[in-house]
Design a protein around this ligand. Structure first.
Ligand code: NAD
Length: 310
């Protein structure tokens, strides 16, 4: 008999890609999503069961499903949002995650996988940054993700479930729906002569292609044997924002675009000017990123890149 798995946020960018990979592994897939940023069009609805629920609501009223794994990807994924709304990360990330843990306990789900973020490191002193690096929170989003991690670890250590926590750099690729590259394409579609770049353009970060990310999440969460484990998932390569802009302009066949900088080292309050994670721990499980950042960007799977580059 096919096993059930639950994917929260399964209608979103990363969640829908996880769902698609899980379909190939022949599971019954149940998606818990309120479609706030997710989209039904990301899903093959005839092959999955979509439960439209808000995960802030009482978990006792969610459908009771005997599942082998719980992939928790729903969140407020907008790192910048917390600046103007001090409650959003607490409610959409921490309270939702606590609800998901309680649901997993009540339904005896033994495997819990969580999408955390490189933002938990804030602005670290060590690059590439490893999992044991000292934390200095610079955003409510990062603080909420770190709090989620702490709750999940505690539930794990009480013995309720095995947990795997992934700290991601920014993902790119099929279904890409937000982030710096998306933002550039969006702006250039409106004005192809100039491009506003947040900060000074020298922020240096790494980006993970969705195909590499999905392999990492599914393989590592399946094979590690510890009760609770945290893994960075990122890329050995880094790229600065100016270079990203150059590649986007090139893909859109735009020449002599004037870059206009908002100035300062950071794109916004809470933005980390440098993101480069040490992924040696994940590599011990045989995983490593295979797709170069530039190749991932030029793959034209970002919907807007695809739209404007045909
Ligand atoms: P996304 O916004 O595309 O997807 C989030 C999904 O969660 C959406 O389908 C949305 O409708 C759903 N959702 C949000 N709040 C909900 C609620 N209260 N109840 C039910 N459903 C809800 O974001 P994404 O980029 O796919 O990110 C997925 C996960 O990965 C998030 O946890 C995010 O914080 C994390 N993450 C993403 C990146 C990245 O580069 N995209 C980087 C680091 C971490």
């Amino acid at each position: 008999m096919k096993k059930n798995v639950i994917v929260t946020g399964g209608a979103g960018f990363i969640g829908a890609n996880i769902v698609s990979a899980l379909m190939d592994k022949d599971y019954n897939i149940h998606i818990f999503d309120n479609l706030s940023t997710g989209n039904k069009n990301n899903l093959e609805l005839e092959k999955i069961t979509l439960h439209k629920i808000d995960l802030k609501d009482d978990y006792r009223k969610w459908p009771k499903i005997e599942a082998s794994s719980f992939y928790h990807f729903a969140a407020n994924a907008d790192v910048r949002g917390g600046e103007n709304n001090h409650d959003i990360d607490l409610n959409e990330n921490l309270l939702v995650t606590k609800n998901c843990c309680d649901y997993a306990v009540e339904n005896r789900i033994k495997n819990f996988v969580f999408a955390s973020s490189a933002t938990v490191y804030g602005e670290p002193n060590v690059f590439p940054t490893n999992e044991d690096c000292i934390f200095n929170q610079t955003s409510f989003y990062g603080a909420s993700k770190l709090s989620c991690e702490a709750f999940i670890q505690a539930y794990s250590n009480y013995g309720y479930f095995k947990s795997t926590i992934f700290r991601f750099v920014s993902w790119i690729g099929k279904g890409y729906s937000h982030g710096v590259i998306y933002d550039f394409v969006d702006k250039l579609l409106k004005d192809s002569n100039s491009l506003e770049i947040l900060g000074d353009g020298n922020q240096v970060k790494s980006y993970l292609d969705v195909r590499d990310g999905i392999t990492g999440v599914l393989d590592i969460s399946e094979f590690h044997k510890q009760q609770s484990c945290v893994f960075n998932l990122g890329h050995d390569e880094i790229m600065n924002v100016n270079k990203l802009a150059d590649i986007v302009c090139d893909e859109m066949n735009l020449e002599q675009v004037e870059y206009k900088y908002t100035g300062g080292k950071r794109g916004w309050i809470g933005d980390s000017p440098q993101v480069h994670l040490d992924t040696n721990k994940a590599k011990e499980y045989g995983w490593s990123p295979k797709i170069r950042i530039e190749d991932g960007m030029r793959w034209r799977q970002c919907s807007k890149l695809a739209e404007c580059c045909v």
